[in-house]
Design a protein around this ligand. Sequence first.
Ligand code: ADP
Ligand code: ZN
Length: 757
Amino acid sequence: MDQQRSLFDTQPDPWDLDDQQHRVVASVVFTDGLAGTFDYEVPESLLEKLVAGQQVKVPLGRGDRLRLAYCVHVQRKAVTRRLKMVHSIADERQLLTQNVLDLTSWMSEYYLAPWGKVLETVVPAGVRGRVGTREVTLLFVPKAVLARTDLQLPPAQEKAFQTLAGSKLPLTQTQLCKAAECSSGPVRALISKGLVETKTGRTELAKPNALVKEDANHVCLNADQEKALSSIVDAVRGRKPETILLHGVTGSGKTEIYIQAIEEVIKAGRQAIVLVPEISLTPQTQRRFRSRFENVAVVHSHMSDADRHWYWHQIANGEIQVVVGARSAVFAPTPQLGLIVIDEEHDGSFKQDKIPRYHARDVARKRAELEGFPLILGSATPSLESWQRAAEETYRLISMPRRVLDLPLPDVITVDLREEYQERYFRGAIGNQLRRAVEEALQDGGQVILLLNRRGYSTHIQCPGCGEVVRCHDCDIALTHHREGEKAVCHYCDYEIPSPTRCPKCGFEGIRYGGLGTQRLEAEVNAKFPRVTCIRMDSDTMQKPGSHEAALQRFKAGEAKILLGTQMIAKGLDFPNVTLVGVINADTGLHLPDFRAAERTFQLVTQVAGRTGRGMLGGRVFVQTLNPDHPAIVAAQRHDFIAFAQSELPGRQTLNYPPFGAMARVVIRGDVEKVVEGFADSIAQHIASHMPAESSYRVLGPAPAPIAKLRGQYRFHMILQGNEIDPIRAAVKSAQVTLTAPDSVQWIVDIDPYDML
Ligand code: ADP
Ligand code: ZN
């Protein structure tokens, strides 16, 4: 039906039928950054075949070189000039449904990114390239034969037959022989008896690892959960495109609510998407969903292209009930979506940091609106954007202020590091109070999580003689010393040198390694608790696919008593035996030049605190900080999100920052500083003269970005602010179409930015 509609979107008026100027026109977009849509005439031979959402080949430019493009629209319309013809259909699969076309069209407009680039993000490379399939002959047992009970077969044939009959998917002859451990003879015999038939097709993609539904232990919801669930279920049944903010403290049973809401969606024959931060795609999360639903697809970044391709088709065919994945799973081609859940909705990973710079929350909102279903945003520490929208009643707020089973939230004790430093013997990462707490927790048979949000050994290398800080050759970033390999590494571009033993500038030999990283913390833990096994989790130790899972498995099994690491360990983990969480330094992110610095700190401390006290053993949290009176730290100590919001929002309002005012950021970069700066100035002038004259609209900058040099390129940025985003977008768009950057300069536009560095 959809295909028919898009083929002749506008029916010709009857009196126009004879008009020779009417043509069937395909609008296409290119994927290599060429902005705008281009019209081509659809030749007679493709009239019945071409639909929006397919890839086509079309001639472009003087030389009419054939280029790949997405067809986004087919309609009969009057044309005033001769159009070039569509050359051919490159892929007969309709890769994009009308819904997804509408969604991506909106994204292209809103984020000021070429539509074709948006489509490249939406259709995974493995799907475009049909990775993992080829043309083959497939064997299957016809339905009529399956029903027969009178078969008398020789053993080898019997085994081959049973193997094929028991396989959910058709198999190639090679696959079948291998599975049934037989030669090709018995298989050929089965074919000649008509018990097995053949068809050509593409190889079914190999089904990724065995997906088994586990035993579900049904949970009886408590009163808060019941209430939350019933209003979500109302929205699901009514197909209301409503956004519900589920604010529930860590361990209040949000995930259980998602699961039961999804059960409702599935009963109605629809599908659901659950977005979680990439790092939370642990086996624990997977198991939770797999144990409750028959057909779950968990899509993550370590997945092979072939697996991704397999799932994509399963999802598009409606075979998958629940898609669980990171940011890009918001584009899953579910045919009848009934619900999107975004867990930990405040998490920064839902914003993409390359083109198109979309936020999955806003894309999900748009999709909910277009397709008619509710969106649930869940968090213990909602983003202030969502919180404010709930306050304005754009979103519906549901609160769950208590943990399940009346478990108390853990006591959080702040440790004033200034006092600890005054004690003569304290040098390292773990102060006396925290050390004692670790000892007690271990004595009582508990486990410990230690958070330090910096990897490496020492986070800076500085000469006390001349003050020189050893920096990256290509970036304006201090190098981090890594003990493994004794090297100094840039965490932005991976530039590395052997760690210097004397100052590279003045030659002084007493160069100092300062600042704490996870490697040094690990060394200290090993020294202070020599008989205790400890696991370090950061992006250095977790490079191999699967290492994350393996580490968590060991921790869960109790093989290791202490888990230390970066923010990787702060989210989603549910280990009842963890009775102590230590935050080594709560201030690492507090003073970054970013208006969300306090919000991020609050979120991180609250999230990691939530990892303890989840079992009957209770739990405690020690937060070491130099800023014990900072509102973000005080609120985290009290588990008081509302207090944090109340302390943070007035300042945002005064400065007209989000969630009050709208914001966009432009970054300009290139090899030659003067050229970059000059072009940044012209952009700023153009934008300033195209924004409303009203006082809320302003251009801050251009100025060197906080990271003024990255990978050898100088960086300038400007912040655009105003009451509404649309006039800002219009001004930026005008600059995009008017200004041409010098050859060596690129500039990027970030609407609703999260990265301020
Ligand atoms: P959240 O997602 O809010 O952090 P979870 O859904 O992970 O909370 O719940 C925390 C733990 O409590 C889980 O182990 C979950 O199985 C369990 N749980 C959830 N709801 C209930 C309930 N009503 N009764 C008992 N246990 C529950
Ligand atoms: Zn660098």
